[in-house]
Design a binder for this molecule. Structure first.
Ligand SMILES: [Zn+2]
Length: 241
């Protein structure tokens, strides 16, 4: 086979190997992003629960304050009752006392209700805190895994880039720039095999004379339909022989 063609086949295989790392990198980054998102969601749940707990505590405090005021009011009312002269005044004081007792009852009920809410929220918080610890540990684990994986990919890539550099230096620069131009649009299919007399890049059939050129491979041949560089699959060469 043509020496230049052989070099281009090897170079295109190398370029493909380098590009094949991209989906691996993306997958690793996605995995890390998913774990981070999971942990952040739990952190948000925790802050929501803490806000609800703070709210319930504030309400309990405000009802306790009300109870204090109402109790003082009641004590004062009892003292006033002793000093009243008329029945009308007495009735008014009794009504006031009734109202204060109603309010006291309501305040006590509300405190009780909010304590129940606090119990529920506290146990939810305990559970979610446990989830957070677990998610953080998982994230740490995945983070270490991913950074190991990425640095090993980096090492492999650096090796391949080194190999690529050696190859590109050895290749005729005109041929290299011809290849690079095709690679701009054809990416990893800049150099393709011919199978059953068809280009494996665009899958169009080559005419007999073009096919004969590929078989001869004296020079670098390109597909007349798409412009990709062509070579004959080794099996096809055998079947041709
Ligand atoms: Zn083609």
């Amino acid at each position: 086979m043509n020496k230049h063609l052989n070099e281009l086949i090897e170079l295109s295989k190398l370029d493909k190997s380098i590009d094949d790392f991209t989906p691996l990198i993306v997958a690793s980054q996605k995995k890390l992003a998913r774990r981070t998102e999971k942990r952040d969601d739990i952190a948000q749940k925790i802050s929501g629960l803490n806000a609800e707990i703070e709210d319930a505590n504030m309400k309990i405090g405000s009802f306790e304050e009300q109870i204090k005021v109402l109790s003082e009011q009641l004590t004062l009312g009892v003292a006033k009752e002793k000093a009243v002269g008329t029945e009308r005044e007495m009735k008014a004081l009794q009504m006031e006392a009734e109202l204060a007792k109603e309010k006291l009852k309501f305040a006590n009920e509300e405190i009780e209700r909010h304590h129940k809410i606090l119990d529920v929220k506290a146990s939810e918080l305990e559970e979610v805190n446990g989830e957070f610890v677990k998610a953080s540990q998982e994230l740490d684990k995945v983070s270490i895994e991913v950074s190991k994986k990425l640095s090993s990919i980096d090492e492999d890539k650096i090796k391949l880039f080194g190999k690529r550099e050696t190859k590109t230096i050895a290749i005729d620069q005109k041929i290299l720039s011809f290849y690079e131009k095709i690679r701009v649009w054809a990416r990893n299919t800049a150099v393709v095999a011919v199978k059953k007399q068809a280009c494996c890049g665009c899958f169009m059939k080559l005419n007999d004379s073009a096919y004969a050129e590929v078989i001869k491979s004296d020079e670098i041949t390109t597909c007349h339909h798409c412009g990709r560089i062509l070579y004959l699959e080794p099996q096809s060469i055998q079947s041709q022989a």
